[in-house]
Write a new protein. Structure first.
Length: 288
C-alpha cells in the first residue's frame, strides 16, 4: 500500500486545505507561492501516479478527500495540506487498470474528510457507484473475502469509509474494519517498536490491518531540512532500518496484513512485501 496515495499531484497553485492550522495558513498568506513550494516538498509522499503505482504492485490506496473553499462547482479533491487531483479523475484512472486486469483487486480507504457536508458524501457515494458499479464488494466478514470469492462474484474493489455514512450503504465497509495505528515519530527505532507492538495487539479476525512504515516529521525537522524535503531528510535515511523490519515479517492472522510506505518505489519495498505473500503458500496454515 501507499501512504497519501494521491499526493504525487499536489498542486502548488491550490489554496491551503481547510484542515491546516492557523499558523500554516498565516505562513502561506505571508510568503505565498514560495511557502507552497516548500510545503509540497514535505506533503508529497509519492512520486508515482495511480497507474504507475498499480503497475508496480500497489493494491491499497490511502485517500483523503476535501472540498475546496469558495468552489462554485462543489467539486471533490484529494488533499493533504494542499489540494491534489479531482477525486473523479483518480477513481476513473484506477478503473481503467481494473478493466484491463479483471483478476486484480484494490482496497480504497477513504479515511479523512475535510469540509464535507451530507451532500458531498452523497456525491462521493454516487461517484463510486457510477465508476465501479458491481465491481464493488459489499461489506461482509473480513475473513470471508478470499480471492476465489471475489473472482467468482467479479468484485474488484473494496471501499472503506471512515464516516457514519458507511452504515447506510451496502458497498461501504466501515472504517473500523481497516485500522491503521499511527506511530507519529521521526525515530526509526521507535517506529519499529510501535509496529511490532501493534501487530502483537491486533485482533486476529474481523478486520483488515495496516502497518504504516511511515515516519512523520516534527516542526523542528521541517525547519532543519526545509529546502530538501521529506524524501531526502527522513525517508531515504531511514529506509535500510525500515526495510529490514519488513523483510523479517510474516504475513497472516498473527502477522502483517497490509503494509504502507512513503515513496513506494524506493529500495525493494514492493517486491519485498509481495514475497511475504508467497511465504504463506509454502506449507503454512495461515491463510488470511
Amino acid at each position: 500500500g501507499s501512504h497519501d496515495s494521491f499526493s504525487f499531484y499536489i498542486d502548488e497553485a491550490s489554496p491551503v486545505g481547510p484542515e491546516q492550522p492557523e499558523t500554516v495558513q498565516n505562513f502561506v498568506s505571508v510568503f505565498g507561492t514560495v511557502a507552497k513550494k516548500l510545503m509540497r516538498k514535505w506533503l508529497a509522499t509519492q512520486t508515482m501516479n495511480f497507474t504507475s503505482q498499480l503497475g508496480a504492485g500497489i493494491r491499497y490506496f490511502d485517500l483523503r478527500i476535501s472540498t475546496k473553499p469558495r468552489d462554485p462547482d462543489n467539486e471533490l479533491y484529494f488533499a493533504h495540506g494542499l489540494f491534489s487531483a479531482k477525486v473523479k479523475e483518480g477513481l476513473e484512472e484506477i478503473n481503467v487498470f481494473l478493466a484491463e486486469h479483471p483478476k486484480e483487486v484494490v482496497f480504497l480507504d477513504f479515511n479523512h474528510f475535510y469540509g464535507m457536508q451530507k451532500y458531498h458524501h452523497e456525491k462521493l457515494v454516487q461517484m463510486l457507484k457510477d465508476t465501479y458499479g458491481n465491481k464493488m464488494c459489499p461489506a461482509i466478514f473480513a475473513h470471508e473475502v478470499t480471492l476465489q470469492y471475489l473472482w467468482e462474484k467479479e468484485h474488484q474493489v473494496l471501499v472503506f469509509y471512515h464516516s457514519p455514512v458507511a452504515v447506510e450503504v451496502a458497498f461501504l465497509w466501515p472504517g473500523q474494519m481497516m485500522p491503521a495505528p499511527w506511530a507519529n515519530t521521526t525515530d526509526p527505532e521507535k517506529l519499529i517498536q510501535f509496529l511490532q507492538a501493534s501487530i502483537t495487539e491486533r485482533r486476529k479476525k474481523g478486520s483488515f490491518f495496516i502497518s504504516q512504515v511511515v515516519l512523520t516529521p516534527k516542526a523542528s525537522t521541517v525547519v532543519k531540512g526545509v529546502a530538501s524535503g521529506l524524501r531526502e531528510t527522513i525517508t531515504e535515511r531511514a529506509l535500510p532500518a525500515m526495510m529490514e523490519w519488513v523483510r523479517t515479517q510474516k504475513a497472516g492472522e498473527s502477522g502483517v496484513n497490509i503494509i504502507t510506505a512513503d515513496f513506494v518505489e524506493l529500495g525493494d519495498f514492493i517486491s519485498t512485501v509481495i514475497k511475504l505473500n508467497y511465504a504463506l503458500g509454502e506449507g503454512e496454515d495461515d491463510t488470511t
